[in-house]
Design a protein around this ligand. Structure first.
Ligand SMILES: Cc1ncc(COP(=O)(O)O)c(C=O)c1O
Length: 430
């Protein structure tokens, strides 16, 4: 069966369309945190952040079916649903002294589109082109947004994008430095990138950061770095863009990753979890920035800002709030992280345990005392966890970080079941 599906896939989707696991998983159904294969084998989903309120969530499915059966049109008509959704969404952002309130939003259909809107918004507002990002980031797949892609580390070069070394304490750019010294060292790198753009015809339009540096491998960030980075970007006349596609929507135990890592963005991009699987993304900012973008682009997006997106987007926000998922994520995430940390000392190949909320990473390294990344062992662990019924993946700049990022409805009993499998899989690695 698997071999036949692989052959069909190769024929109709083209060779090399990515697949997880050495032996791929075939799925036919999902419910809550569980996924099922055709033989009824049940997996716990510890990877997918898109079905944030659970696979097949009946409340969301009902809202979707009801709206699709009532009305679904593009955005050039008046409809109250989309206004209510936009109001609820921008209302989730706090008022902060460093910026005008986030009051308006451009809705789109993917993280990539929403990031592209943010880049254009920053460029239109500043009249400059240059964007600074980290050296191990990913923000999307279009030609314009793809210019930011730095994975594998350092890939890509384009005159309107400069990168700086992502801040981390595990493999610091200055070995042996204190956290405060490290913070300064990374800020110097950022300053150099900004200055490089200022001294070029592009100029500096903005700094873009994933609020928890997810694709960089969830590093522990030297204290104070994010706030000072944002202040530096503003002082240089640029706008600060938070990519909350991964970090937002309670993933970090609170609505926004930027509240956890402690900085203030001017523009906030959201995507993946917003529609629990229905394509839905957004770029939120002050009214002035959004008005400027609309005036400069006459933006239209056929499937975006539809009554269907609004109904589903509202149902997801309702469910998260009603079930108090932010609190649950904070509690279960802290529990799981402490349990993983407590186990680290027993395994020489576990270099580090880090992350926040229900987005945790375990760094797998060679036992050579040099923190050499070990992506092969990470893949072996991911495969073995799958065989025990837990779907995870490996990520990070060196693909050696075990990535645990379940739907937000992952509870303590799921964490306990996972820890039993994790213990067995890691013991078998000795
Ligand atoms: C941090 C981040 N930003 C943006 C994107 C792009 O989102 P999409 O795949 O919906 O275009 C991704 C996708 O993985 C991401 O990880």
């Amino acid at each position: 069966m698997i071999a036949e599906l692989l052959a069909r896939r190769d024929r109709v989707l083209g060779a090399g369309a990515p697949l997880f696991y050495t032996t791929p998983v075939h799925l036919v159904r999902g419910e809550g945190v569980h996924l099922y294969d055709p033989d009824g084998r049940r997996y716990v989903d510890m990877y997918n952040n898109v079905p944030c309120v659970g696979h097949g969530n009946p409340y969301v499915a009902e809202a979707m079916a009801r709206q699709q059966g009532t009305l679904n049109v593009h955005s050039r008509y008046l409809h109250e649903g989309i206004l209510e959704f936009a109001e609820r969404l921008v209302g989730l952002h706090p008022s902060l002294p460093e910026r005008p309130d986030i009051e308006s939003v451009i809705v789109s259909c993917s993280g990539t589109e929403a990031i592209e809107v943010a880049l254009r918004m920053a460029r239109l507002a500043t009249g400059r082109q240059g964007i600074v990002c980290t050296n191990a980031t990913y923000h999307g797949n279009s030609e314009a947004v793809g210019k930011l892609t730095r994975l594998p580390v350092g890939q890509n070069s384009s005159p309107d994008v400069r990168s700086f070394a992502f801040p981390e304490t595990y493999r610091p750019i200055v070995p042996g430095a204190s956290e405060a010294e490290l913070c300064e060292a990374y800020l110097e790198q950022l300053e150099e990138a900004i200055r490089g753009l200022q001294n070029s015809p592009e100029g500096f339009a903005g700094l873009i950061l994933c609020s928890i540096l997810a694709n960089e491998g969830l590093p522990d960030i030297p204290a104070g770095f994010m706030a000072r980075a944002a202040a530096m970007a503003r002082a240089a006349g640029g706008l600060v863009i938070a990519d909350e596609v991964q970090a937002g929507y309670c993933r970090a135990g609170t609505w926004w990753g930027y509240s956890v890592t402690g900085y203030t963005p001017d523009i906030v991009v959201t995507g993946k979890p917003m529609g629990n699987g229905l394509p839905l993304a957004a770029t939120a900012a002050s009214k002035k920035l959004v008005d400027g973008f609309r005036a400069g682009t006459r933006y239209f997006n056929t499937f975006a800002s539809s009554p269907l997106q609004a109904a589903v987007g509202l149902a997801v926000i309702d469910y998260i709030e009603r079930e108090k998922l932010a609190d649950s994520v904070a509690e279960v995430g802290t529990y799981l992280k402490s349990a993983l940390q407590a186990r680290a000392a027993g395994h020489g190949f576990v270099g580090d345990v880090r992350g926040v909320g229900l987005f945790l990473g375990v760094e797998i390294v060679k036992e050579d005392g040099a923190k050499t990344p070990d992506p092969e062992r990470a893949v072996a662990i991911v495969d073995a966890l799958k065989d025990h019924g837990f779907l995870t993946s490996n990520a990070g700049a060196f693909r050696n970080v075990l990535k645990f990022r379940p739907p937000l409805v992952f509870r303590r009993e799921h964490a306990d079941a996972f820890l039993a499998a994790y213990d067995a899989v890691l013991a078998a690695q000795h």
